[in-house]
Design a protein around this ligand. Sequence first.
Ligand SMILES: *[C@@H]1O[C@H](CO)[C@@H](O)[C@H](O)[C@H]1NC(C)=O
Ligand SMILES: *[C@@H]1O[C@H](CO)[C@@H](O)[C@H](O)[C@H]1NC(C)=O
Ligand SMILES: *[C@@H]1O[C@H](CO)[C@@H](O)[C@H](O)[C@H]1NC(C)=O
Ligand SMILES: *[C@@H]1O[C@H](CO)[C@@H](O)[C@H](O)[C@H]1NC(C)=O
Ligand SMILES: *[C@@H]1O[C@H](CO)[C@@H](O)[C@H](O)[C@H]1NC(C)=O
Ligand SMILES: *[C@@H]1O[C@H](CO)[C@@H](O)[C@H](O)[C@H]1NC(C)=O
Ligand SMILES: *[C@@H]1O[C@H](CO)[C@@H](O)[C@H](O)[C@H]1NC(C)=O
Ligand SMILES: *[C@@H]1O[C@H](CO)[C@@H](O)[C@H](O)[C@H]1NC(C)=O
Ligand SMILES: *[C@@H]1O[C@H](CO)[C@@H](O)[C@H](O)[C@H]1NC(C)=O
Length: 451
Amino acid sequence: MIYFKSNIFIIGLLCHILQLKSYGLIAPNVELQTQKGTIYGRQTQSSIEYLGQDEQCLYLNIFTPINVSNQSLLPVLVWIHGGALQTGCSSQGIPTIYNGTNIIVNSLQPAIIVTINYRLGVLADLYLPALVEENSPDQPTAGNYYYLDMLSALRWVNKNIRDYDGNPKNVLLFGDSSGASAVVDIGALKGSANLYQHIISESGGAGHYIYYSNVSDAIQISNKIVQNMNCTRENNALILACLRNSSIKYLIAAFGRRLAKSIIDGYFFPYHPLLAIKNGLYNPNITMIIGNNEQEPLMCLENPDMNSTEAISVLSQTMPIQWLPLTVNNYQLHSCSSNRNARNRCCDVARLLIIDQLFDCNVQRIYNNLYMKYQQSHKLYCYHLDCNPGICPELSVEEGAGVCSHVDEIPFVFGIVSSYNSMNTHNCTWDSQTRSFSNQIIFTLDQYGSK
Ligand SMILES: *[C@@H]1O[C@H](CO)[C@@H](O)[C@H](O)[C@H]1NC(C)=O
Ligand SMILES: *[C@@H]1O[C@H](CO)[C@@H](O)[C@H](O)[C@H]1NC(C)=O
Ligand SMILES: *[C@@H]1O[C@H](CO)[C@@H](O)[C@H](O)[C@H]1NC(C)=O
Ligand SMILES: *[C@@H]1O[C@H](CO)[C@@H](O)[C@H](O)[C@H]1NC(C)=O
Ligand SMILES: *[C@@H]1O[C@H](CO)[C@@H](O)[C@H](O)[C@H]1NC(C)=O
Ligand SMILES: *[C@@H]1O[C@H](CO)[C@@H](O)[C@H](O)[C@H]1NC(C)=O
Ligand SMILES: *[C@@H]1O[C@H](CO)[C@@H](O)[C@H](O)[C@H]1NC(C)=O
Ligand SMILES: *[C@@H]1O[C@H](CO)[C@@H](O)[C@H](O)[C@H]1NC(C)=O
Ligand SMILES: *[C@@H]1O[C@H](CO)[C@@H](O)[C@H](O)[C@H]1NC(C)=O
């Protein structure tokens, strides 16, 4: 057991595209055979899987082209998966969603794809005085193990990727959802500069205050978990011994269903990314693509008959109570309609508001702050994707057919037919239009990464 330690190990393994070996799943004990290689661990059918987590998850996958007829080192694309910092892994899904093979096959510019794992939820989140004390005095912090793991992976890439013909000076981080926040946040982390040069932040709301906590809040919440675990003891060593003697299943239960947050700790993560940018303490040399999807929340699909009361209640879960009356007034939520044919449908108003609040405004703020700081010296791009997917298996209108919602860009980025939530994609194919749209995205991403 190494619960909550920041000393990191990462194992990298070569994966040729036609002889893929995939490592690094949530629980490394069960073996699954695949056609082309061995996948260790249990693949998660559902992308929303809380149980079965393990700390021994710090693996990364490397996808390299078989034929590199070129002496120059290749660009390296590092994928950071989403899942609200609580779920997901690099080998997620059957078939594997984050499969770098198709990017390599469909891109003109040869590249190396790396997908990484990092610790999640309660195993990454605890900020306890006991843990701070356990560190050496020059590392007066705890928590943020998600981000420490990501940095470790990047350090590994920096040190070793040359052995795989990758260029450690041309590293692109790309990620979706909480991974999209991560690729933005990493620029504000101590020790992150020089480990990467480009980011693509997809379908995320990096910078939104709900994803960050301060030390006092983090300690309070972590202490609550100690209490829930019945691990309150007379000294720090005993508290940690008790936690480390507990099963992960109970730790996850004690964490509960709440947002996992990164901690602005004044040390490893000294400033919120916007403040870091403003104060010139952000990675000064990155280029960026940041954006999200046309219809991030599926509000009208989930609740087409939403009434005013429900709309206000949905909103109240996304903002502090003191801002609610003003917002409700400005957007005239009291007079929105539950009628499906109305122009001011409640579900639509709520949807647009939430897109602004959780996605668009944050993306704009990050973009604007970087732009104001660096002007033309950085390449900065913003996008809105309307992917209108021929996602497979075909969805009904109720399930979201034709709607480009949260993380729907993933199949296009990875050139895979399965959607994030697909269970059965064995009989799927894309029509040629959808395929060429995906190839276009891969081409753009790849060209950008190689600059
Ligand atoms: C690799 O190169 C060989 C020789 O040029 C060629 O026959 C083969 O098709 C190539 N394989 C791939 C996957 O591009
Ligand atoms: C060789 O590398 C250069 C620079 O990275 C790239 O522009 C070119 O497309 C590569 N050529 C081949 C055949 O891979
Ligand atoms: C990745 O995609 C390739 C090409 O579609 C496929 O051959 C391979 O089996 C996939 N790997 C995994 C682990 O799903
Ligand atoms: C940023 O780029 C400049 C010029 O290429 C270089 O001199 C400087 O060391 C870089 N800084 C960091 C933190 O990477
Ligand atoms: C920490 O954040 C909370 C809001 O979540 C705030 O009420 C509190 O004042 C903050 N504490 C410090 C010390 O800044
Ligand atoms: C903690 O103690 C309470 C009361 O004895 C018990 O109900 C609960 O299951 C215990 N929790 C754990 C995680 O052991
Ligand atoms: C560890 O747990 C076992 C039972 O789950 C218990 O018997 C033992 O006393 C515990 N040890 C510590 C140090 O808490
Ligand atoms: C709004 O919808 C909820 C859930 O369907 C229902 O319980 C409530 O009575 C409705 N409120 C109004 C004012 O129609
Ligand atoms: C594929 O489609 C065929 C014919 O529609 C069906 O019989 C078969 O069960 C499907 N296979 C899978 C794995 O879904």
